[in-house]
Ligand binder design. Structure first.
Ligand SMILES: Nc1ncnc2c1ncn2[C@@H]1O[C@H](COP(=O)(O)OP(=O)(O)OP(=O)(O)O)[C@@H](O)[C@H]1O
Ligand SMILES: [Mg+2]
Length: 266
């Protein structure tokens, strides 16, 4: 081997791979034959009209639903059959299109709930070693406050989650998902209900997470956000894959523009 020969760039490592996923609801083919490969450290966006199957695809990847057919591998691990809470322990986290928070609990307590998936000491030790328990609780609290700082909600830590504005609740869901220390974070319409300044802040936060090595799956209708952030975009329509490519390729694809961005954009 010639040591002076230029080294071939390593292909990007796939973190998540899905092969020919299908999910039907009665007669509705919500996800049909969808395959995807998501490289570590990238933002992978999924776009498409209402009812295209985007949330169903996230539900399959996160384990809310099991597929009727197909395979999913995460860092080499076969995910099919693994329930959602087990996937969280392996480093997959998500937020929901329809917000799911503990509305009566405080903002801080909602983030602390995310830590329950990764306590560093086993349950028996909580009983036997009060000091270890208190140290763990302090560590979680400090981490939760850092996450609230990150999403811009530190000043709201003590108020009930239900009293937050809609856009703030979406940010709290992100903080709670991050409390599980995900390698892959899936967000379903994070910009819904946010104003322009909040969308800009969300964009910076997602870019920041990617810089820290978190891989992001972004389902979103806000095209500015998608086109600015995404490394790859999967376009879905009627449960099927219409196109996949880089933002520039998606914008240049006439079928995509007609079906999704609106024929008037042509
Ligand atoms: N639990 C369910 N039971 C029955 N049908 C469902 C269920 N979940 C989704 N569907 C149907 O599957 C199709 C895809 O829905 P999905 O929510 O995945 O679309 P989406 O792309 O997320 O749409 P939106 O942009 O409106 O959020 C729709 O026809 C929807 O009505
Ligand atoms: Mg949806």
């Amino acid at each position: 081997m010639n040591p002076a020969a230029p080294k071939q760039a390593d292909p990007p490592t796939p973190l998540l791979e899905a092969h020919r996923l299908c999910k039907n609801f009665g007669g509705v083919r919500a996800v049909q034959d969808i395959s995807l490969t998501i490289s570590a450290g990238t933002v992978f966006a999924i776009i498409g009209p209402n009812g295209a199957g985007k949330s169903t695809l996230l539900n399959l990847l996160s384990g809310v639903y099991q597929p009727d057919a197909g395979e999913i591998r995460f860092a080499g691990l076969d995910l099919v059959g693994l329930p959602a809470h087990r996937r969280v322990r392996h480093g997959l986290a998500r937020t929901f299109q329809k917000i799911r928070l503990f509305k009566q609990l405080s903002v801080l307590e909602n983030v602390l709930a995310g830590y329950h998936t990764r306590h560093s000491i086993p349950p028996l030790q909580y009983l036997l070693h009060g000091a270890a328990f208190r140290a763990d609780a302090r560590r979680c609290r400090a981490g939760a406050l850092d996450l609230l700082e990150f999403v811009g909600l530190a000043h709201r830590a003590a108020v009930p989650a239900g009293s937050l504005a809609y856009g703030e609740q979406r940010l709290l869901e992100i903080a709670r998902a991050l409390a599980t220390s995900p390698r892959l974070l899936m967000v379903d319409e994070p910009a819904a209900g946010l104003n322009g300044a909040e969308v800009a802040a969300l964009l910076r936060r997602i870019a920041n997470l990617r810089e820290r090595g978190v891989t992001i799956v972004l389902v979103e209708h806000n095209m500015d956000l998608v086109m600015t952030l995404a490394d790859r975009i999967l376009v879905m329509d009627y449960g099927e894959r219409l196109f996949e490519g880089a933002p520039g390729e998606v914008q240049a694809h006439p079928e995509v523009i007609a079906a999704y961005l609106g024929a008037e954009a042509l």
